[in-house]
Structure formats: structure tokens, C-alpha cells
Ligand binder design. Structure first.
Ligand code: 13P
Ligand code: SF4
Length: 400
């Protein structure tokens, strides 16, 4: 038997995560040329867009958008910058945006202001003649990059050998289409942060065990919410044989958690929550379930970005909220609720560096190209992968 041991590798997107961290709470866009100084990968685009001021870009985007008209629908994830989200026809969390991508069949083009896995999902769920565009192809997701398909297939083979089929794969939306496809062809399912518990229940009605990819924290928080002891959840290290465990340990586990995490949400800590409670005795703390379990346990509420938005929007005037999620969304909720006190748990302003790569210059470029009859940055998943991934996505859309 050949034992494969590989050196652990950190995704580039993870290394680049802190590139935009700053103390300026406003997070106002600068000309792209200046933002290029942040040490991250950027997609090349025509040089004329580099020097344009945010105001100039705004005028251009507005005019180009008017010209394209109803042939286009723009979807925007809640973590997008204000200068981008204002052009979204629909805003939402990953689940809502996937539903919208599946239902907006009249538009010829879907420009997805979000990250790569979201645009892939939109391509899989949209009609065969619709074209999905991601304005900047380097807008990935460091968590999704932590689950590479070859490693996941090795893990799946090991689990089949040890468990003889008594395991259902669940992949978080934040994963490549190839991993969703693996779930589709192996009786598995996709989930988002808004429906993870429902998909766990669905899986446990079929098998005794679950493999959850790629976010260990969402998996652990969800298992725990359903009453599964953390001792029955095992962390799978893809760089070690058998994930770093004995066969007996793997056989005994109920939930196998892939060793992935979100570099934005793992910045939040119990200390920050205690500090918020001591500064604001009336504070309510709401966090995203990609945070550490200790943080979710110490918070009052947790849920998807759409949930966080809704619960704060619906709270009475004068409410005080400490929020553990991406800062562009927290700042926007604060701006839209001036009668409440709303702040991010983390005092350092650290936007998601991949979401932040959708700079207005890119939006202007893709709109101008559409008006010139050219589709740039089309995201197109190969038909076999798309068909298998669609099976797993539709299972999710049908149960929630
Ligand atoms: P939501 O589905 O809650 O929007 O989360 C997506 C995401 O990437 C959070 O980091
Ligand atoms: Fe990925 Fe985290 Fe950014 Fe969400 S916030 S897109 S999980 S890196």
C-alpha cells in the first residue's frame, strides 16, 4: 500500500487575506491603480480603467447599466462594497442569490458581484442560454480553496473503505463545482449557512454519518445545534494519511469535518464579545456560524448574512448590536439603521479580501464590454460537472 503524505499548503487567497485591513472605518473605494498596491492578485484589465476616480467610474457604470437594460440582471452578495452593491438588482446571502440565479430566466446576462463559487453556482442553476459574468476572476474564496478536489476524492475513497457507504457528503456552498459534483453523484447535498441544519437532518435520515466540507466551524456548529457531541466529530486533515486518524477513530465518528475555515470569521473571539458586553450592557451579539464554536456559543444569535440583516432591521429603535461578520455588511447595516447602535466585534477593519476585489473599475469594464457585444469573464462550468453539481444543489433547493 502506498501512503501519500503531502506537505501542508496554505492557499494564496488565505495568505492575502489581511491585505486590505486598515483602521479607516469608511472603506471608501480609491482609483484601482492605488488599490493595486495591496499585495493581492488582481486580474488585468484595460489600462484606461486604472486611473479613473470612483466618481468617474460611478457615472460610467450608471450610464452603461441604463444602456444594457433588461437583458442583464445584477446579483450582489451582502459583502460587496457600497460602490458595487448600489448596482445590484438583488442583494442576498448565498442561498437567496442561488434561488434568484435559478429563477431570473429572462435576462441574457447575469453579472455576479460576489466570489467565484457563487458565480459557478449561478451558471449551474441558470438557463442554458444565459451567460454568467464574474467581474474580477481573482475574486475567489480562501475557504473554498482549502478543499482541493483530489484531496477530497482521496478522503471520500478512504471513508468508503472504512464505513462501507454509511456516510453522506454535504458540501457548503463555499466550494468548487467539482466538489458539489462529487456530492451529487454520491447521494450527497449542498448547504448554505441558512439551511445547514435541515441538510444534516436530511443526511442522517439516509446514513449514520456525515462528511462535511470545507468549513469545520459551520459543520461543528451545526452538528452541535442538532445535539451531536463534539467528541463525536472528527477533524480530517487532508495532508495526513486517513486524515490523521486510525480507522477505528474514523469508524466511531458521526461527523467528519474537513479542516477548512474562513479567515474573516475566525478573527472573532470570545474576548471581543466580553469587551462588547462590558462596554454596552444592553448589547445583543449576533455572529455568522463560520465563527469558532466558542464564539457562536457566547453570542446571543447566529445565522447567515441575510438572517443578520433581517434580525437587526427588525429590532426596535435604540437597540445595540455587536456583529461578527464581514465589515462591509456591518457598516452598511449601521448606515441603514441610524436609530440603532451597530458595530463590528473586531475593531480592525478587515474586509473579505476576495469579495473586495470586485472594484468598480471591473464592473465598469464588464458593463462596457457587454454594450460592445463582448462577454468578458464568463464563468462556464463544464457540462458533466454542472449536471452532477446541479443534482446536489437541487436536493438543497427542494428540502428548504
Ligand atoms: P452567507 O450565505 O451567509 O451569505 O455566507 C456566505 C459567505 O461567504 C460567508 O462568509
Ligand atoms: Fe470565503 Fe470567508 Fe470571504 Fe466568505 S468571508 S467569501 S467564506 S473568505
Amino acid at each position: 500500500m502506498v501512503i501519500k503524505v503531502r506537505e501542508a499548503t496554505i492557499p494564496i487567497t488565505e495568505i492575502e487575506q489581511s491585505a486590505f485591513c486598515q483602521t479607516d472605518e469608511e472603506l471608501k473605494s480609491k482609483p484601482l491603480e492605488e488599490e493595486l498596491e495591496a499585495g493581492v492578485q488582481w486580474q488585468k484589465l484595460p489600462i484606461s480603467y486604472l486611473k479613473m476616480s470612483p466618481e468617474e467610474l460611478d457615472t460610467r457604470i450608471f450610464e452603461a447599466r441604463q444602456q444594457i437594460g433588461e437583458r442583464l440582471v445584477v446579483l450582489g452578495h451582502h459583502y460587496q462594497r457600497n460602490e458595487i452593491i448600489k448596482y445590484a438588482d438583488f442583494r442576498g446571502d448565498s442561498f437567496k442569490l442561488s434561488q434568484l440565479a435559478a429563477s431570473k430566466r429572462d435576462a441574457e446576462y447575469i453579472v455576479f458581484c460576489g466570489v467565484h463559487f457563487m458565480a459557478e453556482t449561478a451558471d449551474i442553476l441558470s438557463g442554458p442560454d444565459q451567460k454568467v459574468v464574474l467581474p474580477n476572476l481573482t475574486a475567489g474564496c480562501s475557504m473554498a480553496d482549502m478543499a482541493q478536489i483530489d484531496d477530497v476524492m482521496d478522503c471520500w475513497d478512504d471513508l468508503q473503505n472504512v464505513m462501507g457507504g454509511d456516510v453522506t457528503p454535504i458540501t457548503y456552498m463555499n466550494s468548487a463545482a467539482s466538489i458539489k459534483a462529487l456530492c451529487g453523484r454520491n447521494e450527497g447535498i449542498v448547504c448554505t449557512s441558512s439551511n445547514a441544519p435541515a441538510t444534516f437532518k436530511w443526511a442522517f435520515e439516509r446514513t449514520g454519518k456525515v462528511l462535511f466540507l470545507p468549513d469545520q466551524h459551520l459543520g461543528r456548529n451545526t452538528g452541535s445545534r442538532l445535539g451531536i457531541d463534539t467528541a463525536d466529530m472528527l477533524l480530517w486533515n487532508p495532508f495526513k494519511p486517513m486524515g490523521g486518524h486510525t480507522e477505528d477513530e474514523v469508524r466511531a465518528a458521526k461527523v467528519i469535518l474537513w479542516q477548512g475555515h474562513c479567515s474573516v470569521h475566525t478573527r472573532f473571539s470570545v474576548d471581543q464579545i466580553e469587551q462588547a458586553r462590558s462596554n454596552h450592557p444592553d448589547v445583543q451579539v449576533v455572529v455568522h456560524p463560520e465563527c469558532f464554536k466558542e464564539v457562536v456559543d457566547a453570542a446571543d444569535l447566529n445565522g447567515s448574512t441575510e438572517y443578520i440583516l433581517k434580525v437587526i432591521n427588525e429590532s426596535p429603535p435604540g437597540s445595540v448590536w455587536a456583529v461578527g461578520t464581514e465589515v462591509s455588511l456591518v457598516n452598511r447595516i449601521a448606515q441603514e439603521n441610524p436609530d440603532k447602535t451597530i458595530f463590528c466585534l473586531d475593531s480592525v477593519v478587515c474586509p473579505c479580501s476576495t469579495m473586495y476585489r470586485i472594484h468598480p473599475a471591473y464592473l465598469s469594464w464588464v458593463f462596457d464590454a457587454l454594450n460592445a457585444g463582448v462577454v468578458v469573464n464568463q464563468i462556464s462550468v463544464d457540462p458533466t460537472t454542472a449536471e452532477e453539481a446541479r443534482v446536489a444543489l437541487n436536493r438543497m433547493l427542494n428540502i428548504v
